[in-house]
Ligand binder design. Structure first.
Ligand code: NDP
Ligand code: OXD
Length: 320
């Protein structure tokens, strides 16, 4: 196996800190990509002072602060909230997010899949099967269906591109103003209200920050047209769960697909499990692909070994 990243002469010590991950598969890719790497798998860490880099998903609380010479923490995923839930994680070294085209493509396909599901009324056919009801439902042409995307970054940018590619009428919302051909772009509170008012299908790909927490509350969700749908694949904190359930029960919203939750795994007591209008997927919109994920992390290690900064780095002042 040789995946095309140039090997270096250094012998960086990399800790794999993901108890549920397939360490052997990651090790094979990382060794191939970085060359003479000292790859260690938690809890078999040896001397913690020797560790240069930590790659992790859902690290045990209190573990990351024990590596005095770590130069960077690599998330084995796009988000870093699983790392930052530990208040003792060092903030003086880069926390590096994982972005790659394969992940963005999988996220876009997830968004497209569920957009089509709602657009074409497949949710109704699933219900009708129970009563053996043979009844077709009309649906508008794609260009007459308004879809809104919250978050136009690495992933949201690809989501709107894919939706535009099949001619949906796409709008998007971000912190900084975007100019994307064929997409109505909004910013700010008033821009959000405008986007919500036009979104028959709303897709959230927002990161969790103090500003995005509880964004989708009753007042804002009510701005969406009656019978609208929500797809949340960003983070669960953006949605006020009780408000969403209320609007679904009132049938102001017709359905929701939720991939991310405030608490994961989703507790058995959550009303989402039994709700007829909710589809739950277990944070499965785009699991990190080892081949591509290892390549991105390896490239960043090689860059850092050569004295260059890694990319993309979590920005603490923005919160994402
Ligand atoms: P980026 O940082 O590239 O993009 C984030 C987007 O959110 C940007 O467009 C940013 O605006 C926007 N944003 C942030 N804060 C605000 C705000 N207060 N108001 C309006 N817009 C805001 O992240 P990615 O696209 O790579 O990933 C997004 C999230 O997707 C991740 O943080 C993660 O939570 C989630 N994710 C979920 C996965 C899953 O399997 N369910 C898989 C991968 C990621 P601006 O462009 O102006 O900076
Ligand atoms: C995430 C991911 O950040 O799965 O949610 O990559």
């Amino acid at each position: 196996m040789n995946s095309g990243v140039n090997a270096q002469s250094a012998n960086p010590c990399v800790l794999f800190l993901w108890e549920q991950g397939n360490a052997l598969e990651w090790k094979l890719f990382m060794e191939d990509l970085v060359g003479n790497i000292d790859f260690r798998v938690f809890p078999d860490v040896g001397d913690r002072a020797e560790v240069d880099y930590i790659m992790t998903w859902m690290p045990p609380l209190g573990e990351i602060e024990k590596y005095p010479n770590a130069k960077a923490i690599f998330s084995i995923g796009a988000g870093v909230s699983h790392i930052l839930r530990d208040p003792h994680v060092p903030r003086d070294i880069p926390i590096v997010r994982l972005t790659d085209d394969a992940l963005s493509l999988d996220m876009s396909l997830y968004a497209l899949h569920w957009t089509l599901h709602f657009h074409r009324g497949f949710d109704q056919y699933l219900r009708q099967k129970q009563s053996k009801d043979w009844k077709r439902h009309p649906y508008p042409a794609n260009e007459d269906r308004k879809v809104g995307v919250l978050g136009l970054g690495e992933i949201g940018g690809k989501v709107v591109e894919m939706l535009r590619g099949v001619h949906f009428d796409v709008g998007g919302w971000s912190r900084s103003k975007k100019n994307i051909e064929g997409v109505s772009c909004f910013v700010g509170e008033e821009g959000l209200a405008q986007l919500l008012r036009r979104s028959e299908i709303l897709i959230s790909v927002l990161p969790p920050t103090p500003e995005t927490a509880n964004l989708l509350n009753e007042t804002r969700l009510r701005l969406m047209p009656k019978g609208a749908f929500l797809i949340n694949m960003g983070r669960g904190e953006a949605v006020v769960d009780g408000d969403l359930v209320k609007l679904l029960d009132e049938e102001h919203l017709r359905g929701a697909v939720l991939d991310v939750f405030r608490e994961e795994p989703l507790p058995a007591t959550s009303p989402y499990w039994g709700h007829p209008s909710v589809v739950v997927t277990p944070h499965a919109a785009a699991p990190t692909n080892v081949k591509y994920g290892a390549k991105r992390i390896a490239e960043n290690i090689i860059k850092m070994e050569a004295g260059c900064p890694p990319h993309p780095v979590y920005n603490a002042s923005l919160g994402y």
